[in-house]
Design a protein around this ligand. Sequence first.
Ligand code: GDD
Ligand code: MN
Length: 366
Amino acid sequence: MSPPLDLAVVIPTFNEQGNVGRLISALDQALTGRNWEAIFVDDDSADGTADSARELGRIDRRVRVIQRIGRRGLASACVEGMCATAAPLVAVIDGDMQHDERLLPAMADALAADPTLDLVIGSRFVAGGGTGSWDRDRVAKSAFATRLSRHVLRSDVSDPMSGFFMIRTQTLRDLAPHLAAIGFKILLDILMASPRSLRFRELPYTFRTRQVGESKLDHVVAMEFLITLYDRMFGRVVPVRFAMFCLIGLIGVIPHMAVLGGLHFWLDAPFRAAQILATAVAMTFNFFLNNALTYRERRLKGAAELFGGWVSFCVACSIGAIANVGVADFLHDARAGAWVVPALAGIAVSAVWNYALSARFVWGRY
Ligand code: GDD
Ligand code: MN
């Protein structure tokens, strides 16, 4: 029998083929004398990341691979990896060598030495840590996000945005059902999900410059971060997806009103015809924005899929649209306020219908 497993290192990857071997040798060096395993959680990268990891796994049984099909998301990948080990301690580290794996032994030792400690965080912002070669723009954005999340957390953790930490696996398993697991910020998610404040320690490290591959952080990630915060604060009252759907619907009021106002008032088109056309324009606008944002992780791609999705969105929403036109017509005839009021009432009624039907029939899973 081999000695019992002490530590799992979860490595979320998306197109990190060139980093797989480098990271495993770095872990092998850093964790000499320890009983560890590495779990790659790869979201079906096109560059063969999972294949490279499996090749290593055949000759080195410490290396395991979870390949997720048709799914994306850093936070959810981390959660799945962390739930897939028998080791009592689990760490999460980026697959691109930007986190300093040499910190792992000190993290494990800190947890072993103090049983009341729940997790150890690799921090760029305690004395001795650093952000390496980040440009000023990214430092400023990161500082803003850090301040915002510390406010929501009501905690003095210096680097809540860190993606590098080690936690007791049992603690993680207890929290897992309560995690939002959306977006990039898994540590923040864990800290926010816990009903009691977790006892943590922060150890400094310097964020390295990426040598191989590309960063996946883009503007939408910033939005996902705000979604995580929203979800934690108001998610129970209004589910985040419905809130986004409504927000997009609300923005859709602008093209809707522009078309309606333009046709009905300037071109003197009949109100009902103008309202139908405005609804169609708003529907198309809503479809594309929802596809890009609300349902980002299962978005439809390519002309055929998009066209099919758009058609089913329009069909699914036509019940909402009929309700919209009906309500607006009725109120307009009843002279209930100016034209704005009937139009807005129609939109509100259709929002609920559209959400329920499109969630099921356009972006739903069968
Ligand atoms: N499975 C999976 N799915 N992995 C992903 C996904 C995804 O959708 N998106 C990114 N990854 C992997 C990358 O392959 C990499 O190993 C790691 O997650 C981090 O992604 P990067 O794109 O390199 O992120 P970064 O360097 O900009 O962000 C890092 O710094 C942040 C601190 O500001 C990450 O460490 C974050 O976790 C950290 O919060
Ligand atoms: Mn990176």
